[in-house]
Write a protein that binds this ligand. Structure first.
Ligand SMILES: Nc1nc2c(ncn2[C@@H]2O[C@H](COP(=O)(O)OP(=O)(O)OP(=O)(O)O)[C@@H](O)[C@H]2O)c(=O)[nH]1
Length: 570
């Protein structure tokens, strides 16, 4: 046991570099990244963690303590293996070898008296043999002068003779016998005392609080195999008289993986949301129906119909056109009941909304690459929310989606988008730095989507007023940079329906800068101005493709002209 302690405790045995002082080593690079799970794992498994785990339950006999001792005393090249083997641990071996017993054991008087104790039974016992055999002789010999060693050799008979038959030839008489006996007894007492001291030191090492270890340099070897339990873990370390068990290692606290949601299928969403649309557009629908079904309309009545349409943001041209169409039909078909009026109104509104427009989204891979969708608009219209909701629509259609957080202006936008994506298991490409170049982030997102072989990448951009030339130029650059890698298949302009005709001006400028291909009308749940759908489509010649009807995650619906008109007239 002692020999084993020395072997594992000495610096040479551990392979650890000797340190002249236990100064803290520089921190390793791994713990400098605690935020990451990998880093947490690394920290949990780091050498310092392991050694501190050993220190908690380990006494001086364990390798770490031996290692620390090793830093205090570098083993001398003159230390023989026997010296180590005869002591407990490296440094302690040295301390014991320098203690009082050795000089007295090796003193000339003792050597002279040795001949007198030859016949004692203790001298022939195995333990006596261990104590008196080469190890200690070597230790003593390292201190003796060569002259005294040679005189000692001359005066001393061979050990076999001394302790074997106890040959009388070198018996000098009773006085010498007595001195020899005392010397041997003294030697034995000192050895026993030394053993007790070593034992106490070890026992105390196990009882005291573990010393705090200096952090180890990266690459410092971890616990040796001797420190490891059969299963490879750092296990119990036994000491005389006590068994210290490692506390069962608590499983690493892994954050609960957020549940991935299953978004609602997009088909029929608008029908579910129709009540919200109808509630907001009650004035339009009910007002028109009341006027039209009230009997033959005079000029004032028709003006009232037109005002109602304008109030719903249908726009002057569309409103005038609708009134003309209705007047013609009433004149031709005669006075109608409410059901017939409703049908007539529905047909004329639907014609204005133009169901023939292509409202499909670019959400399929094109020419072996992901479809690329850029989302633009003024501040606060709901772009980020729309990108998040649209990701859900696409996931519900079993598409592989990647999000690009190119809104680097608003600090929380990337986090907001990442949260949306995380809920449906969609990755978000973002910059860690606020104010990063949005074109660069957009480029990275498109490249990542290509590498991931996604179906579609949705790139969110910062809100900007259409009259800020610098910001509009920046948006143009975002698109151009993306196009160095992939065509932009869809540019969605997000318009807040509550802004009414103001949105028309936005749409025109954005369209000039980045070429709008589709419109998302948000916040239609909170406005009676559903007529904007018609107005904006007519002004830009691009279809409304999606409508937002609430703040809920699935409150974005593909625009369905029939459902939209039904919600108005029913
Ligand atoms: N009622 C309602 N609220 C909506 C709708 N769409 C978005 N919002 C809300 O509009 C607010 C602004 O949404 P954001 O997505 O942050 O707007 P943004 O355009 O990204 O904002 P900027 O990045 O500052 O330009 C949020 O409170 C959304 O919940 C909608 O269809 N209906």
């Amino acid at each position: 046991m002692a020999a084993a302690s020395c072997a594992t405790g000495g610096p040479a045995a551990t392979g650890r570099p000797s340190r002249s002082a236990p100064t803290p080593s520089p921190p390793s690079s791994t713990p400098s990244r605690p935020g990451t799970r990998r880093a947490r794992r690394s920290t949990a498994r780091s050498p310092s963690a392991r050694t501190s785990a050993i220190s908690v339950g380990s006494p001086s006999a364990t390798r770490p303590t031996g290692s620390r001792s090793g830093t205090r005393r570098r083993p001398s090249s003159t230390d023989s293996p026997a010296t180590s083997a005869s002591s407990s641990a490296g440094p302690r071996c040295g301390a014991v070898s320098r203690g009082p017993p050795r000089p007295s054991a090796c003193s000339p008087s003792t050597r002279t008296a040795r001949s007198t104790c030859a016949p004692t039974p203790r001298a022939t016992s195995p333990s006596s043999t261990r104590r008196s055999t080469p190890p200690r002789a070597t230790a003593c010999g390292s201190r003796r002068s060569s002259a005294s060693a040679s005189s000692d050799a001359a005066a001393r008979p061979p050990p076999a003779r001394r302790f074997g038959a106890g040959g009388p030839a070198w018996h000098d008489g009773p006085v010498t016998d007595t001195l020899w006996t005392y010397a041997v007894i003294g030697l034995v007492v000192l050895l026993v005392a030394g053993g007790v001291v070593v034992g106490l030191l070890r026992g105390r090492g196990g009882a005291t609080a573990p010393e705090r270890e200096a952090p180890e340099a990266p690459g410092t070897p971890g616990p040796s195999d001797a420190d490891l339990a059969p299963d490879g873990s750092i296990g119990t370390i036994e000491h005389p008289g006590e068994v210290v068990e490692d506390e069962p290692e608590a499983p690493p606290a892994t954050p609960a993986a957020p549940a991935v949601e299953a978004p609602e299928a997009p088909a029929g969403r608008l029908r579910r949301l129709r009540a919200r649309l109808a509630r907001s557009n009650t004035a339009l629908g009910k007002g028109l129906l009341a006027l039209l079904a009230g009997g033959k309309l005079d000029e004032a009545g028709w003006e009232e119909v037109e005002d109602t349409l304008l109030a719903a943001d249908l726009g002057v041209a569309a409103s005038t056109e609708l009134v003309e169409a209705l007047r013609t039909r009433v004149a031709v078909e005669g006075a109608q009941d409410e059901t017939a009026v409703r049908r007539m109104l529905r047909e004329e509104l639907l014609r204005l909304v133009d169901p023939a427009m292509d409202r499909s989204l670019a959400d399929e891979r094109v020419d072996g690459r992901p479809a690329c969708v850029l989302v633009v608009g003024v501040n606060g219209t709901g772009k980020t929310t729309t990108v998040g909701k649209l990701a859900r629509v696409l996931v519900a259609q079993d598409k592989d989606v990647v999000l690009g957080a190119a809104d680097t202006f608003r600090a929380a936008a990337a986090d907001q988008l990442e949260t949306w994506g995380g809920r449906v298991g969609v990755p978000t490409i973002r910059s860690d730095r606020d104010g990063a170049d949005p074109a660069s982030v957009a480029f990275d997102a498109v490249r990542a989507a290509a590498e991931l072989e996604a179906d579609v990448v949705l790139v969110d951009t910062a809100g900007r007023l259409q009259n800020k030339v610098g910001l509009m130029d920046e948006l143009g650059k975002v698109k151009r940079v993306i196009e160095k890698q992939s065509p932009v298949d869809e540019v969605l302009l997000v318009l807040d329906a509550t802004t009414g005709q103001n949105g028309m001006k936005q749409a025109e400028v954005f369209s000039q800068v980045v070429g709008i291909t589709g419109i998302v009308l948000t916040k239609l749940d909170g406005t009676a101005k559903g007529g904007i759908v018609v107005a904006v489509q007519r002004a830009l010649g691009v279809p409304v493709k999606l409508v937002g009807l609430g703040e809920g995650p699935d409150d974005l619906a593909p625009f369905d002209p029939e459902a939209f008109v039904d919600a108005i007239v029913e």
